[in-house]
Every structure is written in structure tokens, then in C-alpha cells.
Design a protein around this ligand. Sequence first.
Ligand SMILES: Cc1ncc(COP(=O)(O)O)c(C=O)c1O
Length: 351
Amino acid sequence: MTDLPRRFPEVSARRVYDSVLDLVGDTPLVRLNALTQGLPATVYVKLDHYNIGGSSKDRIGLNIVREAIADGSLGEGARIIETGQGNTSLGLALVGNLTGHPSTVIAKPDLSTSKLNLLKMLGAEIIPGRFDVDHTDPEHAWAIAEAKETRTPGSWWVRQQEIASNPDAHRLSTGPEIWSQTAGAVTHFVAAIATGGTVSGAGGYLRTQNPEVGVVATTFDLDEKPWKESNLNKTFHRLPGYEELEKDWPDNIDLDTITRIEARTKAEVIDFAFRLARAEGLLLGPSSVLSILVALDLAATAQPSDVIVVFSADHARDYTHAEYNEQWLRANGFAEIAERWFGPAEGKVQR
Ligand SMILES: Cc1ncc(COP(=O)(O)O)c(C=O)c1O
């Protein structure tokens, strides 16, 4: 049982801001209590859904737009083009609206309806694109982005997987925040990997402060699609020849910073998301839950002085139509999980 606080927090600062952009970064760390009972190490979660647009990608949205304006890639009124899973596009669209840069998003077909609707609220143009075909295929999101950039004078395709201002955002904010919040006591940083911006930037910063800090990149089971044929998979399994394939990697994945890669299955992660919600009151997106699962395994064999910081990119709310939805679970091969956390299907009102 957690002791209830006797009162609300003291007002520590005025917390009055001139712009929503001042509400990017400086997110809280919270300690895990129930799930770490009996484990030697301390585990903190960095809650990046506290950013104004709801995810860690506000950090890169802000830094990418700032740097692109400064280096001239993004001229006055130019259109920002980006592909991806939604969070980055939201961060870019939000910042772009405030700097006078409209957005075009090449969205994957299964982009969550909540993110799609938020992008529409922000006025972004949405063009469907695919990620399940080779990136040279004209239907691939990257090919569509490139064609849009060529056709639209003054527009700029961001390419978050290779642009330096992505990891730099985390080098300049996430890393220093964690270092300061733990007073330099952090021993491990655990974060999910996609473009590599978070792990390379925040992990890289922490390792410059203390080269002993372990940087653990987490990913969904690499034997599952779409990872099976990826170079991350080949590296994870230490298959010979992967070095030659590094040219296909997102440039922002810095292998020298990563000390370990850990994978978990989607089923393990979804199941644990419900346990996490009930035990700790943390409602977090699957990539965050994945990292917490890995961190708890790490904590079980850690030293008592170890301080593990897990990065949480976003909130559970964006996934209640899918991974955290009873009907979706039953229809997508996770009936056992649905049964465990929602009870039997019979006689229920379906929604
Ligand atoms: C929810 C979520 N978690 C984790 C990541 C991975 O972050 P990064 O691209 O910095 O590796 C992303 C970004 O794609 C994301 O949207």
C-alpha cells in the first residue's frame, strides 16, 4: 500500500508561461513502488506525456523546427512534411502552427484515430502512405514524402531518422533533466528505440557525464514482423555481416551509445500494461510499458545503489482503440489477455 500524501503539493513556482512552447521538456520523474517491492534497485519513470502535445516528440518537434529555421531549410511559411507513427507529426504540426509553417503528414494506414483526429484539429494535411512495402516502392510513405517535397516549392521533408536535431533535442533536454533529477545517481537509462533519437541523445548525454551509465534500448520481439528482416534484428542476434547493412540504419541509432538491446513480445507487454495500471496507477503507451518491463528485470539483478531511469514516451489514452481495448484484443489473437483483465465476453454490452 502506498501512503497517501497528506496534502496537495506546495506551490513551488508560479508555473505561468508565455507560450505553450515553454511547456515542452522539464517533465517529472516518478518512482515505482509496488512493482519494485523486494527488488534491490530503485526504478524511476520519466513521464514525457506531460509535454504539451502529449508525447516526447514535442521535444524533437520544437528542436527540429528551431534548427531548420536557423539553418534555412525551413523558409518563411514553408510546408513541413513528415512520415511516421503520429507523435512526431503532432509535435511538428503543433510547433509549426505557431511559427507559421503548415504541415503535411504521410500517415500509415493504421494510425490511431485519436492521433489522426488531433492532427486534423491542428490543421495538418493527411496523405496515406505504407510502411509494409520496400521504401523504393512509390506507395511507401518515404517515396510519397519525397514526391510531395519535389512537387511543393519551399516545402521541407524532415526525415526524423537521420536529422541531427532529433537526438540533439534529447541531448539538450531529456539527458540533462535526468542527470539533474537524479543528482547524477542514474546508473541505467532504458528507452524504446525507433529512430534512435531518444536513446542516442539522452543516453549519449548521460554517458558523457558518467561513462559507466548503461543505456538499454528496448524493442518489441525482433522475430515478429516488421522487425524480422531488420538490421536491428541482425545486430540483436549478432548475425555476421550486419556491419555492412548499417548503411540502411536510421543514422540516429548510435550503436556506440547502446550498451544492450532487449526485446519483449507484444503479448507480454500488453498483459503487463494492465498490471502496471492497477499496481502503480500508471497509464502508459506500449513502448513505455515495454521499457518498464525490461527495467524491472534489470532491477531484479541490480545493486542496491543502482538507479534505473525508464523513459515513457506517451500515455495509454492513444491506445484504447487497440492494444488496451477488449474487443481489439479478442479479435487480434490476445483473447487470453482480454479474459484476464476484462473478464468473460459473454453477456457483455460490446463497445
Ligand atoms: C510512442 C513512442 N515510443 C518510442 C519511440 C521511439 O523513440 P525514438 O524515435 O527516439 O527512438 C517513438 C518514436 O518513434 C514513439 O512514438
